[in-house]
Design a protein around this ligand. Structure first.
Ligand SMILES: Cc1cc2nc3c(=O)[nH]c(=O)nc-3n(C[C@H](O)[C@H](O)[C@H](O)COP(=O)(O)OP(=O)(O)OC[C@H]3O[C@@H](n4cnc5c(N)ncnc54)[C@H](O)[C@@H]3O)c2cc1C
Length: 356
């Protein structure tokens, strides 16, 4: 019967009405019968697209996978949605030397593979899937995945990270991980005693330049204006540092390199048009980060730079049951170990929230 009902289309029904010369009342009764006959099938199709979970983790960087390890071991049966970059930012770097537990360092992609295996060992359901929309107005929270599936979640851990901004040069892409880096705190150590360049003019760039100056022989700081955007205190610190040379009014136009990696950076003075080659072995991009929070705008409280606001010393957001971990809520430390640490906190907080 059900199959018969769902197989009839509107046009077939109209032909049927004409042929059988039904009057209006009969037609109405027929429509109602058809509706109720096909209802179970409709509900079944919808429910196939709707799934429920106690704990949904959005993002598969160190924050997301660490949250998953803790949530899975607490029997929350978490689901991790990996997004467009499974494994997160560390998959685009080579050597990670500062994550505890690896005395000889580890390749970024390998470390993320290990973290995935570790959270799967405790039963985490790790899947491809991009969150395309959310409704946090009531619990369970509604999350749309790939614009076709709905997940209803009792708790959500947001670990969508932040993306470093890049210059967009072909040569920058080519030498990423072999001389070009988006993180001085992470990679500066590899350039001890060498000459490096950094591009940027804000507080982060100024912090990173002074950090590099402690390790490297010389630091060229390239900035497109003739004054830094950083705070006065940071400007002062940079300008007073003996081995930082400012390259004012300039932009990098090409990263030079060979099989050994970066050997220089070509810059252009935007006022005079003069080209200059800086002979460096490391090139750091410090022109900012964008938190991956576009889909959460209007749903959760963000700060003026778009990072998710969390309560001090916690991963709680302004919505009960939603937690944020890693770079998506941290524009200060931005390290794998701090992301993992806050991932752990988020899972513990989610578990206690569910138990309360
Ligand atoms: C080149 C480079 C080198 C680095 N080296 C080091 C280092 O040596 N040591 C160190 O400690 N730190 C290093 N860092 C910093 C470190 O990578 C970050 O601090 C860390 O990865 C942040 O982790 P996270 O989990 O918060 O986010 P991320 O690693 O940024 O992961 C974010 C995740 O969210 C997912 N996502 C985003 N949007 C969506 C969506 N809509 N739906 C589903 N998923 C989504 C992404 O696919 C990704 O899986 C480096 C960073 C860079 C760029």
């Amino acid at each position: 019967m059900l199959r018969f009902g769902s197989a009839i289309t509107v046009s077939q029904f109209l032909v049927f009405v004409q042929l059988s010369n039904f009057n209006f009342r009969c037609s109405l009764i027929f429509i109602l019968i058809m509706f109720f006959l096909t209802l179970p099938e409709k509900i079944h199709t919808m429910s196939e697209q709707v799934e429920r979970t106690k704990c949904l983790i959005i993002g598969s960087g160190p924050a997301g996978y660490t949250a998953a390890i803790y949530a899975a071991r607490a029997d929350l049966k978490p689901v991790v949605l990996q997004g467009m970059q499974p494994g997160g930012q560390l998959t685009i770097t080579t050597e990670v030397d500062n994550f505890p537990g690896y005395p000889d360092g580890v390749q970024g992609p390998k470390m993320m593979e290990d973290l995935q295996k570790q959270c799967e060992r405790f039963g985490t359901d790790v899947r491809f899937g991009l969150v395309t929309g959310v409704d946090f107005s009531q619990r369970p929270f509604t999350i749309s995945v790939d614009e076709e599936k709905i997940i209803l979640a009792e708790t959500v851990i947001i670990a969508t990270g932040a993306s470093a901004k890049w210059l967009g040069l072909e040569s920058e892409k080519k030498f990423l991980g072999s001389g070009v880096s988006g993180c001085a705190t992470c990679d500066g150590f590899f350039y001890r005693g060498q000459d490096v360049a950094i591009v940027g003019g804000g507080d982060t760039a100024a912090e990173e330049a002074t950090y590099l100056a402690k390790l490297c022989k010389k630091v060229y700081m390239i900035h497109r204006r003739n004054e830094l955007r950083a705070s006065k205190a940071m400007q002062h610190k940079v300008l007073q540092t003996r081995n930082i040379e400012m390259v004012w009014d300039s932009t990098p136009t090409e990263v030079l390199g060979d099989d050994s990696g970066v050997i220089g950076v070509l810059t252009k003075n935007i006022k005079t048009g003069e080209n200059r080659t800086l002979e460096v072995t490391g090139f750091f991009i410090a022109i900012g980060h964008s938190p991956n929070t576009g889909i959460f705008k209007g749903q959760i409280e963000l700060d003026d730079q778009g990072y998710i606001k969390t309560a001090p010393g916690s991963t709680r957001t302004n919505i009960e049951g939603i937690f944020a971990a890693g770079d998506v809520q941290d524009h200060y430390y931005r390290q794998a170990v701090t992301a993992a640490g806050t991932g752990c906190m988020a899972a513990i907080e989610a578990e206690r929230f569910l138990g309360s």
